[in-house]
Design a protein around this ligand. Structure first.
Ligand code: NI
Length: 258
């Protein structure tokens, strides 16, 4: 059984078969799912999904590309929702300079990333961090908020091995998904080989980033077996060992998961 640490089953791409798919996955393939919100709107649907399925938990937060929706009022509402027994993390939060090039927008991203990190600390939940083309500023904000005291994962890790070692030193986990199976993913393969297995989490980011041999199709947690196989190959161990250790890692980080 694999612990899925990052999926978006509230996405409209799952509209037609969401319940059948989740039931099938939880039968014998997937032990737990962290379903991650990205916009203010998606927080309600993530919580609803987590309340419907024992083994599905929610991460509550606003993605850097969706922060235009945030204001004091709904931020206070998010803080209240974090008390829900099925709210297992604050996320996904962070910085995305790939999509947003304007300095005033990036400044807003940094402000809301900072505030959502502090929120996680306040409500005693781990964080799920999204960081794209923004390694230095991500690290700087993490140092400012003393992220070594706020456990979390760098999801869909896309930077160098050297940078990963810095995050691991702060106590962070590295989220590894379908990209590791791609032919051109040299940096991520180096990272997986170079960091300890007890710092790796498996994730899909479904419906996005399906691994080989299903690249380009709609992704789902059943594809994590291909990610586990690739990680096992890079580490010279069995896929079973990868499933077991990454599952333990996830349960250590997401302490509200029963
Ligand atoms: Ni995501």
């Amino acid at each position: 059984m694999i612990f899925e640490t990052h999926a978006h089953y509230d996405d409209e791409q799952f509209q037609s078969d969401r319940d059948l798919l989740i039931q099938d996955l939880l039968k014998d393939k997937i032990s737990n799912i962290i379903n991650v919100s990205s916009s203010v709107e998606s927080i309600s649907s993530c919580l609803a999904l987590s309340e419907k399925y024992d083994k599905v938990y929610a991460a509550l937060g606003v993605h850097p590309s969706d922060i235009a929706d945030l204001n004091e009022e709904n931020f206070a509402w998010i803080r209240e929702q974090c008390q829900n027994p099925k709210a297992a993390a604050v996320g996904e939060i962070g910085l995305d300079y790939y999509w947003d090039k304007e300095e005033d927008v990036r400044k807003k991203q940094r402000e809301w990333f900072f505030r959502q990190m502090k929120l996680a600390e306040e409500v005693n939940l781990p964080v799920i961090i999204h960081s794209r083309d923004a390694a230095e500023d991500t690290m700087q904000i993490m140092r400012e908020v003393h992220a070594e005291n706020i456990p979390g994962v760098i999801h869909c890790y896309s930077y160098s091995l050297e940078m990963a070692i810095e995050f691991v030193k702060m106590g962070y986990y590295i989220g590894v998904g379908g990209v590791v199976t791609f032919k051109n993913a040299r940096k991520l393969k180096e990272t997986v080989a170079g960091i300890p297995l007890d710092r790796i989490l498996l994730e899909t980011d479904a419906p996005y980033l399906a691994p080989e041999p299903n690249r380009g199709k709609r992704n789902h947690s059943g594809n994590l077996i291909f990610v586990a196989e690739k990680v096992a190959e890079l580490k010279g161990i069995t896929p079973q060992e990868v499933e077991d250790v990454t599952g333990e890692n996830a349960r250590r980080l997401f302490a509200k998961v029963k």
